[in-house]
Design a protein around this ligand. Structure first.
Ligand SMILES: Nc1ncnc2c1ncn2[C@@H]1O[C@H](COP(=O)(O)OP(=O)(O)O)[C@@H](O)[C@H]1O
Ligand SMILES: [Mg+2]
Length: 297
């Protein structure tokens, strides 16, 4: 199979790209992520009542861009992220990552993506470095190289060499979140899925993480899916935004496009906060399907 270099990874080329000439780089017409009409239901409770967590959602993320997923708690953000990362199976629809189908080309997709969730798991008695090197071995990375890379990544996140040897359990949540991001970056993912990476962080740590995400796009050629409750963060970091409510896409556009449309609607200057309230507010409750509203969070 023909191989091509993407970032630091060698990946096999998907069928769609085969025979597309000798270009070493991936066809830029292929989006980093394509989600087409995806639906996911969960069956919950003793009555086995179905909950539609994601309903006919589509989105397209161009290479090098950041797409923000906004929505109230229980709107389906994490489910969408888990579907893309292969942790959940699709009920219907299709997802492809750089042209690879997540079901048919599972291995290639696994090599291209990494996910950081709010509740990242660690070996708490071990240090950040030990946790990162454990992950490096799991991914079959060269350990000496991974160690150098880990020191560099942690340093950029404000975790100096003195700190990398202490147990994770002695670190603040902000620090732990940075270590989780550093761990995901070790594999140089071409598509990075960040599920609420700044939720619960103090303002300083939040800014560190946001700056780092910006830097990532510039220096790592990473394409990023970001879920957040911080609307300023979304406006600052995202090239496009998809707002979910009850598992459905209620609006999508660039931050500027969303704000301009809202300003036209309101007849006065608007903010992303106004956009969020308008599209996730009460007026939409009427559209929520039966059984969808159960929020276990
Ligand atoms: N594993 C699961 N089993 C049953 N219901 C789930 C599961 N995961 C999520 N849900 C439900 O799916 C909906 C969307 O949840 P989630 O994707 O976690 O939302 P968000 O991340 O936006 O807060 C919620 O109603 C939630 O209760
Ligand atoms: Mg969530």
């Amino acid at each position: 199979m023909t191989a091509t270099v993407l970032g630091q990874q060698k990946i096999a080329r998907p069928n769609a790209l085969r025979g597309a000439g000798k270009a070493a780089a991936i066809d830029t017409a292929v989006p980093a992520l394509l989600v087409e009409g995806v639906t996911k239901r969960f069956v919950v409770g003793r009555k086995r009542k179905p909950v539609v967590a994601i309903s006919n959602v589509s989105l397209r993320l161009e290479r090098g861009d950041i797409v923000g997923i906004l929505g109230a708690n229980g709107s389906g953000k994490s489910t969408l992220i888990r579907l893309v990362s292969g942790l959940l199976t699709l009920d219907s629809g299709r997802v492809s990552v750089f042209g690879f189908d997540i079901e048919r080309d599972e291995l290639e997709v696994k090599r291209l993506i990494n996910r950081v969730s709010v509740d990242a798991a660690f070996f708490k008695k071990l240090s950040p470095m030990e946790n990162l090197l454990f992950a490096a071995r799991l991914y079959g990375l060269d350990v000496a190289g991974a160690k150098r890379e880990a020191v560099a990544i942690l340093g950029r996140l404000g975790i100096g060499e003195k700190r990398v040897g202490r147990p994770i359990e002695q670190m603040s949540r902000g620090m732990q979140q940075k270590v989780a991001i550093a761990r995901a970056l070790l594999t140089s993912p071409a598509l990075l899925l960040l599920d609420e990476p700044t939720t619960g962080l103090d303002p300083r740590s939040k800014l560190d993480v946001q700056t780092f995400i910006e830097e990532l796009r510039e220096t790592h050629d990473a394409s990023i899916v970001l879920t957040t409750h911080d609307l300023d963060e979304a406006e600052r970091l995202c090239d496009s935004i998809t707002v979910l409510a009850g598992g459905r896409t209620v609006v999508e556009d660039t931050p500027a496009g969303l704000i301009a449309a809202e300003a036209r609607r309101m007849g006065r200057p608007a903010t992303l906060h106004d956009v969020f309230m308008t599209h996730t507010g009460r007026s939409l409750d009427d559209d929520v399907e039966e059984g969808e509203a159960d929020d276990i969070e």
